[in-house]
Every structure is written in structure tokens, then in C-alpha cells.
Design a protein around this ligand. Structure first.
Ligand SMILES: *[C@@H]1O[C@H](CO)[C@@H](O)[C@H](O)[C@H]1NC(C)=O
Ligand SMILES: *[C@@H]1O[C@H](CO)[C@@H](O)[C@H](O)[C@H]1NC(C)=O
Ligand SMILES: *[C@@H]1O[C@H](CO)[C@@H](O)[C@H](O)[C@H]1NC(C)=O
Ligand SMILES: *[C@@H]1O[C@H](CO)[C@@H](O)[C@H](O)[C@H]1NC(C)=O
Length: 243
């Protein structure tokens, strides 16, 4: 009788634990593919956003599918044609509807050639896709002699207005990202200046989950596995009690 009661209690505890862990583990958090240039049929959703939107601007960007016999990528060609103070930018953007809550990084692999060594990813939110609303920017350095793995922490997209950081500006609403851009700029407010022709090749752009979340789900898996093991043992114990 005592044994039976013990088994019953253990059974109900383990059933409860495994049910709650499975619920927390579902849906599994994994990387989200934001842009898959390997498989798109065109880049018509992307538009140029260069300094020629202003009267003095003379720079240029084009974004094209880059197809070889073995694979397809997207390639951004840019010509930076700076003002005397170094001001210039060229790039492309697309409107989006992205909820990146729960993701920690925007990541991709890229290959570059040409003059520029610093690029930017530019986000906008809440349908505030044009001036005078701020952009949310993060710079990344590219290798000129090898592929570059870019991993930008989503929490570090700071508000800018025309290339200048807005101290104490509003924070990015990661739940409602409505514009995504890639840009190269002259560096008017930076300690570097860049100009001339450059290219950037990219296959796919991902949102990556928090590593902590991954490690929690790994721990949960471990707990579930242990609970199942216990259940098996309990089944044996139950058989033993009844026999
Ligand atoms: C996307 O393209 C890659 C590379 O060509 C290919 O391996 C993959 O199967 C494609 N995926 C889809 C969903 O078509
Ligand atoms: C263009 O954007 C629309 C709306 O977001 C989307 O449904 C479509 O798949 C996109 N086309 C390509 C080729 O990426
Ligand atoms: C994004 O923000 C705009 C402007 O506030 C709003 O109209 C829209 O409903 C929001 N979309 C989502 C999915 O939150
Ligand atoms: C390329 O960059 C170098 C170093 O910044 C600069 O001196 C040179 O003028 C640039 N080339 C062109 C064509 O702008």
C-alpha cells in the first residue's frame, strides 16, 4: 500500500514536471531567416537610398542578383562620391514587417571587394520609414582579404539622424521593424573617411536567438530526458509492486 502510494505520487510529480517543461520548450526558439538571396527571384522589393536624395549628393548604389553556375547571392555595388567634408552615403533598403523580440543578433556572412571597409545596417520602426524620424544604425568592419562573419547585437542599434547619433533618443521597437537597409558612408562624423567603388556579396541574413535561451532549452531537454528515464524506472517499480 505504501509502495503503491509512493509510486502514485512520483508518477503525478513527474507527469506535471514533464508537461510544464515540454510546454516551455514549445515552440522551439531557433534562428529566423530574414532574407534569403540564394532563393529569391528578384530584388524588386529593394530600392536605392543614396545621398542623391539631397541636392548635393553624387553617390550611387545598385543591388543585383549575382548568379554563378553553382549558387546565387545578392551583390551591392556602391560608388561613394564625397562632399569636401567627407559627407556621402549610398545603399539600399526594403520595407519589412519584422518582430525580432527574443532574438539577439542580426547575422550574415559577406564577401567584399573595393575601397570601403566599414558598412552599416540601418533599421527603422513603427512605419516611421522616412525623415525626420531617426534611423537605427550599427556599423560593421569587413575583411578585404577573406569572408567576414557579421554578428550585430540587436540591442545595440542606436538612434541616428543624418549620420549623427541622437543621445537619449527613442530606443528601437524590435517588435515592429519596418525598414531594413545596407549602406556604406563617407564617415563625416567618424574618425575614418571612405570613398570610391566597393562591393558586398551576401547570401542570407538571419536573426539569431539569445544563446542563453538556447542553453536553457538544452537544459530543459536534459531534464525531460531524465524524467523519462525516471518514468521507465517507475514503470518497472510498479510492475514489481503488483507482482
Ligand atoms: C535555396 O538555395 C540553396 C542554394 O542554391 C539551396 O541549397 C536550397 O535548397 C534552396 N532552398 C529553397 C527553399 O529553395
Ligand atoms: C516582396 O515583398 C513582399 C511583401 O513583403 C513579399 O510577399 C514578397 O515575397 C517579396 N518578394 C521577393 C522576391 O522577395
Ligand atoms: C507597427 O507600427 C505602426 C505605427 O505605429 C502600427 O500602425 C502597426 O500596427 C505596427 N505593427 C505591428 C505589427 O505592431
Ligand atoms: C580609396 O580609398 C583610399 C583610402 O581611403 C583613398 O585614398 C582613395 O582615394 C580611394 N579611391 C577612390 C577612387 O576614391
Amino acid at each position: 500500500m505504501l509502495m503503491k502510494l509512493k509510486v502514485l505520487i512520483l508518477f503525478s510529480i513527474s507527469a506535471q514536471i514533464s508537461r510544464s517543461t515540454i510546454m516551455a520548450y514549445n515552440p522551439p526558439v531557433s534562428s529566423l531567416l530574414l532574407f534569403d538571396f540564394q532563393n529569391v527571384t528578384d530584388l524588386n522589393n529593394w530600392t536605392e537610398q543614396s545621398d542623391t536624395v539631397r541636392s548635393v549628393g553624387k553617390s550611387k548604389a545598385t543591388f543585383d542578383l549575382y548568379k554563378t553556375q553553382t549558387k546565387q547571392s545578392a551583390i551591392l555595388f556602391t560608388l561613394l562620391n564625397p562632399q569636401s567634408n567627407g559627407a556621402c552615403f549610398s545603399g539600399v533598403r526594403t520595407t519589412t514587417q519584422l518582430n525580432l523580440e527574443g532574438y539577439k543578433y542580426i547575422s550574415f556572412l559577406c564577401k567584399t571587394a573595393g575601397n570601403a571597409t566599414t558598412y552599416k545596417i540601418i533599421l527603422r520602426h513603427n512605419n516611421l520609414n522616412d525623415e525626420p524620424n531617426p534611423t537605427y544604425e550599427q556599423k560593421f568592419k569587413v575583411n578585404t582579404d577573406s569572408d567576414t562573419t557579421v554578428k550585430l547585437p540587436i540591442s545595440q542599434f542606436d538612434p541616428y539622424y543624418r549620420g549623427k547619433i541622437i543621445l537619449d533618443g527613442p530606443t528601437l521597437n524590435v517588435k515592429n521593424i519596418t525598414s531594413f537597409g545596407i549602406q556604406v558612408a563617407g564617415g563625416v562624423y567618424e574618425n575614418f573617411k571612405q570613398s570610391g567603388l566597393s562591393s558586398l556579396v551576401v547570401d542570407q541574413i538571419w536573426a539569431e536567438p539569445n544563446e542563453d535561451v538556447l542553453s536553457i532549452s538544452r537544459q530543459l531537454k536534459h531534464i525531460v530526458r531524465r524524467m523519462l528515464l525516471h518514468l521507465n524506472q517507475l514503470k518497472l517499480a510498479k510492475l514489481f509492486t503488483y507482482s
